[in-house]
Design a protein around this ligand. Sequence first.
Ligand code: ATP
Ligand code: MG
Length: 392
Amino acid sequence: MPEADVQLIDVVKEFASPRQDGAVRAVDNVSFDIYDGEFFAMLGPSGCGKTTTLRMIAGFEDTTSGKILIRGREVQNVPPFHRPVNTVFQDYALFPHMTALQNIMFGLEMEGVKRAEARKRAEEALSLVRLPQVADRRPRQLSGGQQQRVALARAIVKRPQVLLLDEPLSALDLKLREAMRYELKAMQKSLGITFIFVTHDQEEALTMADRIAVMDKGKVLQIGSPEEIYEMPTTKFVADFIGETNFINGTFVEAKGQFGVVKIDDQTAIRAVKSSDNMPGGCDCTVAVRPEKLNLFPVSGPVKYPDGSSDTADAYKTALLKDPDIIIITGKIRESVYIGTDTRYRVGVGKDFSHEIIVRVQNYGLRSDTYFDRDDLVNVFFDAENARLLAN
Ligand SMILES: Nc1ncnc2c1ncn2[C@@H]1O[C@H](COP(=O)(O)OP(=O)(O)OP(=O)(O)O)[C@@H](O)[C@H]1O
Ligand SMILES: [Mg+2]
């Protein structure tokens, strides 16, 4: 395991509430370790406690209880400017009366770095954020995106061990935001600085982070790599917050190895990978499966393969079922929408086809070869390894 750079242990933050009696718990028992050189994202909806957590790491906010360690040292009593961290705030306030270059140099000069050296480093930082041409402009002569990049340069120039970034891309338009994702990630890896990055944008977290902590209502619900978070969510909230997901309600029957067996109607039982080992038999539960993990073939008639050959639906089904993990359920198409790369179907499954799920089928070859119409009866199939069994 690499060295932990930042550790939060049972951190709680309560704010006094002027209206209600008692307090608002903005951060509720949060614990995690962030490793040296890691790009760590805190992801969650508005108000879930991301900024508050970041401000406690930076030292702008006290903890109500719990511990924060940076490089193994407790920092509760260390003032912000003595912590080896730097912050890019949600509202990156640049000094309006200084040029971009002066804004970046300011912090260095305050630290006693000589003017010539500060200028050289500030110029390097501006090139790093690809803005060498705006050195002599003041903030009001810069676009929002340029201001944000100057704020980033101002933080990077001090070469902190840890850089805290609070939604640093939120003011940028979509195109620039997407381009900046890759630049920021490349910059982080080349500088070797630990990044703690706050966002409510799941795509941003998935594309940039080494690991993501998903938060809701002051709690960390799951920590993992982007792939773990997307493919193996452990709660309904995480499955729902990240990407598109089908939820199929059912009753838990029994565990079978890594799978749980779930009855979704009187006739149909499916299997899904368990996310916990303590689900009592007979309880209500949910199976989560991503639309792109589902596939379709006709109930009767020929099934066409990508190479142009075909088979009968029955032969296709028999071949599929040789894999014991394949689940097939019957469905009825409600709507199909062609979206170029794939076709998105709304399909009714379960009793009276009353439960709707979304299936995304990749369009290989001609659409007419693989296309289903409204009211067509279909077989929906998936690998049980791609379905997750979640507690309600
Ligand atoms: N100074 C404060 N006094 C009282 N309550 C506060 C204070 N700061 C934050 N809160 C509350 O704490 C909770 C968490 O706020 P926080 O700013 O950390 O959320 P966030 O996840 O950063 O949200 P956003 O995505 O909107 O920036 C919210 O309910 C907020 O209203
Ligand atoms: Mg915030």
